[in-house]
Design a protein around this ligand. Structure first.
Ligand SMILES: NC(=O)c1ccc[n+]([C@@H]2O[C@H](COP(=O)([O-])OP(=O)(O)OC[C@H]3O[C@@H](n4cnc5c(N)ncnc54)[C@H](O)[C@@H]3O)[C@@H](O)[C@H]2O)c1
Length: 266
């Protein structure tokens, strides 16, 4: 395929990209943009209704989307989705580990071991499972990208979110570990750390924390976020597209922060 034809068809033309938590928020935007760049997208999501909607949105604009309703902590279901994808398309080029939960705010003084285990299972162990399941397929083709959505909370804390932060910090470390282990197989492994993003996850107790007067005053008007706005899902999707594309070729084990400059201020 000539460079010109590839450009006309999109940055990810012909690629098969698997995205977890693709039913809303960042996962939905990543899936839509990857499909828009010519990829066939494999959507993994536990909410069958949002999953169906995103698959329909992609089909409506002529894209290819396969929907798998599953909980990513269910190893057997995840393994079946990977096996089905490999059987149908013969390849898995990109895995985006995106699904996560943001548990209610609690500290070490009032959280529970159950809180910890559930958050670590969904936000961290699933990343291990995804990598474990797709890596052999990527090794066989000597090509692949594993991209994990971490958080600025993986290296700084707002408090009251220990298990979430621990999972995100571990994703950053695991990204480096995978990059070292899989580099000789031409598999690039990178992570993205979003700052404050406007998604359903930012709604806590019915209130969008990025739209409160206090948030707007401090983060936007006073410039704690130098770009003076909350992030949008498309802001992260663009970075994921870069990491999945041919324009990212000599970078692995890295964390790209997408936060409007938040972590550059004090
Ligand atoms: N929103 C933010 O401000 C923000 C900031 C930093 C990092 N992040 C990270 O970005 C990623 C996406 O967040 P978001 O804001 O889009 O969240 P969201 O809550 O809007 O969407 C998460 C999606 O994952 C799905 N999901 C959750 N648990 C699942 C499971 N066990 N199995 C299958 N699907 C599951 C949900 O159903 C949902 O569709 C997460 O990793 C999150 O930690 C978000």
């Amino acid at each position: 395929m000539s460079g010109e034809a590839e450009g006309a068809m999109g940055l990810l033309a012909g690629q098969v990209c698997m995205i977890t938590g693709a039913g809303q928020g960042l996962g939905r935007a990543i899936a839509l943009e990857m499909a828009g760049e010519g990829a066939g997208v494999i959507l993994l999501e536990r909410n069958p209704e949002t999953l169906r909607q995103v698959a329909a949105e992609i089909a409506a604009v002529g894209g290819t989307a396969e929907a798998h309703a599953l909980d990513i902590t269910d190893y057997d279901a995840y393994a079946k989705a990977v096996a089905d994808t490999s059987a149908k398309f013969g390849r898995i080029d990109v895995l985006v580990n995106n699904a996560a939960i943001n548990p209610p705010p609690r500290t070490i003084l009032n959280d529970t071991l159950e809180d910890w285990r559930r958050t670590i299972a969904i936000n961290l162990e699933s990343v291990y499972m995804g990598a474990k399941l797709v890596a052999p397929h990527m090794v066989a083709r000597k090509s692949g990208r594993i991209i994990s959505i971490a958080s600025i909370q993986g290296y700084a804390s707002s408090g009251e979110c220990g298990p979430y932060n621990a999972a995100k910090g571990a994703i950053i470390a695991f990204t480096k570990s995978l990059a070292v282990e899989l580099g000789s197989h031409n598999i690039l492994v990178n992570a993205v750390a979003p700052g404050f993003m406007r998604t359903p996850m930012s709604i806590i107790n019915g209130v969008d924390e990025t739209e409160t007067p206090g948030f707007i005053e401090w983060y936007v008007d006073k410039g704690k976020i130098p770009l003076r706005r909350t992030g949008l899902p498309e802001d992260v999707a663009g970075t994921v597209i870069f990491l999945a594309s041919k324009y990212c070729r000599y970078m692995t084990g890295q964390l790209l922060t997408v936060d409007g400059g938040l972590m550059s201020t004090f």
